[in-house]
Write a protein that binds this ligand. Sequence first.
Ligand SMILES: Cc1cc2nc3c(=O)[nH]c(=O)nc-3n(C[C@H](O)[C@H](O)[C@H](O)COP(=O)(O)O)c2cc1C
Length: 201
Amino acid sequence: MSEVHDLRGILSRRPLRILAISGSLRKASFSTAILKALNHEEFPNITIAVRTLEGIPLYNEDLDTKPALSAIAQIRAEVLESDGVVIATPEYNHGIPGVLKNVLDWTSRPAFASCFRGKPVLIMTSAPGGTGGVRAQYQLRETLVSMLAHLVPGREILLAGVEKRVCDGRFTDPGTLRVLTMGIEALREEILSRPIQGEGA
Ligand SMILES: Cc1cc2nc3c(=O)[nH]c(=O)nc-3n(C[C@H](O)[C@H](O)[C@H](O)COP(=O)(O)O)c2cc1C
């Protein structure tokens, strides 16, 4: 077996750090509840840190300074140090909530060289309604593509009727857990398929 294959074998077992960002500030948010329930599940060699967006100022290019404001330096570092990001968000008026767009504007800078450049990202939307936030999902996709993030390919994760899927910090039905497990495993695959640094691939 070649050294590269040995290295790939070792890396495929390496622990991965996932940053999970909620697009809702609401205390009883279903988006945040989904991420916290995911955090309770066992995914071998994966740790999930759930992040909400309190305390992020409104984007203003005048404030986008060096060094960065501490809340901004913090979230940029969290994204940079993660192996991959999960974003769970509701849909607001057929788009993504302002708080989520705001943090993406902050973390998109410096343009084309930001903490999201090349970052594997899994997105999911949810809603009590039947569409599961699908329109927000496409807006989110466009924004992340413009930031050069690497979206996990495959079926969209849309959690319609979300209030029936999660309760007291746990998933209430195996179908939701199955869909989300497939998403997390697809994210793992995306992370591990990235070229190994120094391999020259
Ligand atoms: C300002 C606002 C706009 C909304 N617009 C939509 C919408 O366009 N589509 C939808 O499915 N639900 C919409 N909803 C309902 C949200 O999906 C629902 O409140 C959801 O639970 C919010 O997410 P959270 O539980 O993570 O806070 C809207 C809610 C608010 C407060």
